[in-house]
Structures are given as structure tokens and as C-alpha cells.
Design a protein around this ligand. Structure first.
Ligand code: PMP
Length: 286
């Protein structure tokens, strides 16, 4: 049984409780982060902590008292649960007022709810999917307009994963005004020659922590990076494609809407980026 963290306490998972009036539950009024663990250490913790603070600020959500100590809480959960490879899920909501109300509760009387738990994933870095690559379909992006905030409103991405599953593939890339925004839970990229193309930052996509790291490593390895939108047709004609996220690292995409990308097998550039990302991230892990 896992030991989880709820509002200052480390508890067995079946004893952890949150109010039915919690705004995370009633209104999806909450934000989250997922940080990977490799070799028992946290990958890019500082990046996730910084984005978390930004998500809280963008939603005028009070910063919980534990915020400065979150690294210690993460480490303690890794220790208590003996995690070598896996993820730490963290969620902060606006808390639980006495009743349901659209108006934000008074932060003096309603404090944020903070929950963290571990997800043990032995073999995360050695995933067979990375050898095979994944297949995606395109779907219309029907999410709200502030995708740069990492909120727990994940119903549409969840529906997108189900559409992918129904189509017999692994994931979906979302398209808005003819251009790919991102994957249901990852950033999307294509490779043409020595150039890596991924959508520019804005409110339309989540500013991936893995994205920032991978683009930095790509530039250091003398690859060209173009941050601009691209279409599904362009992806189908690309040499390679891939996705990034904290839990998949760099994952090759070998098919888009039934059309093979490049040779239809994972390409050398994505493989190299995955290797660099894993090596450098392990070195910098805390
Ligand atoms: N886009 C979306 C919509 C996501 O949900 C995620 C993962 N949470 C990402 C991109 C990748 O972000 P990160 O690299 O920080 O995990």
C-alpha cells in the first residue's frame, strides 16, 4: 500500500481523505504537476516547481504554506515508497469551503488542499514503446483557451485518449485552425532534415518542462529548432516525429492518421534526443 501526502500528513492511501466540498472535486478548480523519478531522484524538479507557482498565480489561487518545502515532501514520498523509477503526482486545489459556490472562497478561511502520491513504474526509462514508436490520430482541440495553466480539467484530453483507443492507436494530436496544438498529455514535434519543429509557446499549449529541456539539448547538439505551428499534412511528410512529457521523455511517433512518418519506424534524431535527455536529466536529478 502506498503512503501518500495530504495537507501536511503522510498517510496510508486508504486513510487519505478530501472533502466533498473541495473545489477540485466540484469545479476542477485545481492545478497539478507530474515529476519523474529516475534512480530514486527527481527529474527537473525546479522546472515543475516554477510552473506550479505560475499556474497558482494565473488562477489567483493562494499559495499553500507547504510550497517552499515541496522538494522535501517529494523526497520523503520517494523514500517512504521506495521509488526507483516512476512519478510523483502533485495536486493543489483552492480548498474546501462550507458549501458549493461559483465565487472563490475567502482565502483567510479556506486554505488550499495539497495532495501528493507516488506512481511506481519500474522500467519507465526502458519503455518498449520507445523502441517501437507510437501511432497517433488527429482530433479537433476542444479544450478551453488557457492551456498554458496546468489545471486538472482533463476531461477532453481523457476523451481524446479514448478516441485514440477506439481507432486502435496510442494517442491523439489536437488540431486548432488547421494547426497541431499538442498531444493529449504531451508536446508534439516533427523533424525535417536537421530541423526540429514544434509549436511556439502561447496560451494554446502547455509549456512543457520536458519541451524546454529537449529544445535546449537540441540546440547544444547543433540541431536547428523552429518554434512554429505545423499541420497534420506536414507531419505526414516529415522525416520523423515525436512527443515529449515528463513521463514519456522523448517518444517517437511513427504514424499520423494512418500515414507512416518517414520510414514508419523510430528515427535516429528522436532516438538521439531521447538518449541525451535521459543522460543529462539523470545527471542533473535531485
Ligand atoms: N501538454 C499537455 C497537454 C500535457 O498534459 C503535458 C504533460 N502534463 C505536456 C504537454 C508535457 O509537459 P511536461 O513536459 O511538463 O510533462
Amino acid at each position: 500500500m502506498r503512503t501518500v501526502y495530504v495537507n501536511g500528513e503522510y498517510l496510508p492511501e486508504n486513510e487519505a481523505k478530501v472533502s466533498i466540498f473541495d473545489r477540485g472535486f466540484l469545479m476542477a478548480d485545481g492545478v497539478y504537476e507530474v515529476t519523474s523519478v529516475l534512480d530514486g531522484k527527481l527529474i527537473d524538479f525546479a522546472g515543475h516547481a516554477k510552473r506550479l507557482e505560475r499556474s497558482l498565480s494565473e488562477l489567483d489561487m493562494p499559495h499553500p504554506e507547504v510550497l517552499p518545502d515541496l522538494l522535501e515532501v517529494h523526497r520523503e514520498l520517494v523514500r517512504l515508497n521506495g521509488i526507483e523509477e516512476g512519478m510523483i503526482y502533485l495536486q493543489i486545489t483552492r480548498g474546501a469551503p462550507d458549501d458549493r459556490d461559483f465565487v472563490f472562497p475567502d482565502p483567510e478561511t479556506t486554505t488550499p488542499t495539497v495532495v501528493l502520491f507516488t506512481q511506481n513504474k519500474p522500467g519507465l526509462a526502458n519503455s518498449p514503446a520507445a523502441q517501437k514508436g507510437i501511432k497517433v490520430i488527429s482530433i479537433e482541440d476542444q479544450r478551453w483557451a488557457r492551456r498554458d495553466i496546468k489545471t486538472v480539467q482533463l476531461l477532453f484530453p481523457s476523451m481524446g485518449k479514448m478516441m485514440a483507443k477506439a481507432a486502435g492507436v496510442d494517442d491523439a494530436w489536437m488540431v486548432e485552425d488547421g494547426a497541431v496544438t499538442e498531444g493529449t498529455s504531451n508536446n508534439a514535434y516533427i523533424i525535417k532534415g536537421n530541423t526540429i519543429i514544434t509549436r511556439h509557446l502561447g496560451n494554446e499549449i502547455l509549456h512543457g518542462i520536458t519541451r524546454a529541456a529537449v529544445l535546449r539539448f537540441a540546440k547544444e547538439a547543433q540541431m536547428q529548432v523552429e518554434e512554429r505551428s505545423f499541420t497534420i499534412a506536414e507531419a505526414q511528410k516529415a522525416d520523423e516525429a515525436f512527443i515529449t512529457s515528463a513521463s514519456t521523455f522523448v517518444m517517437p511517433v511513427v504514424e499520423v492518421d494512418g500515414v507512416a512518418v518517414g520510414t514508419g519506424t523510430p528515427g535516429p534524431v528522436a532516438a538521439r534526443l531521447r538518449e541525451i535527455y535521459l543522460d543529462e536529466s539523470r545527471k542533473a536529478a535531485v
